[in-house]
Design a protein around this ligand. Sequence first.
Ligand SMILES: *Cc1c(COP(=O)(O)O)cnc(C)c1O
Length: 370
Amino acid sequence: MFDIPFLRPKLVVKEEYMDYLKQIDDSRSYTNYGALNTSFEQQLIQDLFQGEGYAVTVNNATTGLILAISQIKRPGKYALMPSFTFAATPLAAMWCGLEPYFIDVNERDWCMNEELLQQVIQQLGDEVAVVIPYATFGTNMDTSFYEALQERNIPVVIDAAASIGSRMNQHFGQGFSGAVVFSFHATKGFGIGEGGLIYSSDKETINRVRQASNFGFNEDRESMQRGLNGKVSEYAAAIGLATLHVFHQKKQKREQIFDWYMEELEQTGLLDLGWQLQEVRGSVAYSFFSLLCPEKRSNAYFVEKLAKHGIQARTYFTPSCHKQTAFQSYPRTSLHITEQIGRRIINLPLWEDMDQGHVQKILRGLSHEG
Ligand SMILES: *Cc1c(COP(=O)(O)O)cnc(C)c1O
């Protein structure tokens, strides 16, 4: 057991969604895009996306990626994506009959390197079925390159699993004409247990995804296409609605903890000793705090050192996808930066009821020798 575990999710408590549960009991409608789910989708579009675009809930972001890729992809063989992502990204492409093709990331923001990506697109031509960038750890990455790909008829699905609440002028993904897939997993910034959301500015895309997520049914319950069951229950929608009411405060708490980390980093002087941060754009509902250890050191050493102080840390995404058994055989560019980050990254606890003392203890645990 750790004094400070890596994750300590805190979802809305039952008092906050009792009224919604009562509505379910009264309506006896439990799923199939019921009233609460419809209201959740509409409020997400209103509250987060300023009323622009369309969205459909899914039972998790992995299903969401599968549905989005399957609806948006063009004929072709490859799904271009970073290796520095969660296994769900390449797995979703494989479920759609595609081969992942791994591209290196940028040293600064840890998102897919667009120059390398452009080269691979040129090389593969029609064999590119879809491009799947990942907005790493919720950063508001610039999507203009990907919007331009969409215009060239190269479909794009953004893995935005960690990006609910990410904003810079507007919410991340707003107005994007491809598909943007968010996760509501308990460990993410907007946790409801299991769940996800597919967003697009294109109505037809969301209509098709919704149909595919309900057995491919048309109004006469005839399967029109390869579908599955990706729907969320009204109970999940109830928790989602209750979470939406308090999400602003939840995000503020996470930002406060992030600020403490920055303050303590200054105090400990780690950034002058070769430690490095991700360059993050805009504001994010962080799930953890990420740092790179000095180049000549290895993250394993620091994770062990923290463990001795009763602190649990992780090293996402190590091993990165191209090193995992399921994905080893797939083609890739040089993954020099991905591998370097993999050796250096340390993810630190950032959960809602941490206080400044926790943050102090964590960073001092990192900085003291021995
Ligand atoms: C969490 C995560 C997923 C999967 O989300 P689920 O809702 O758990 O299926 C996919 N991609 C990335 C990058 C993630 O962090």
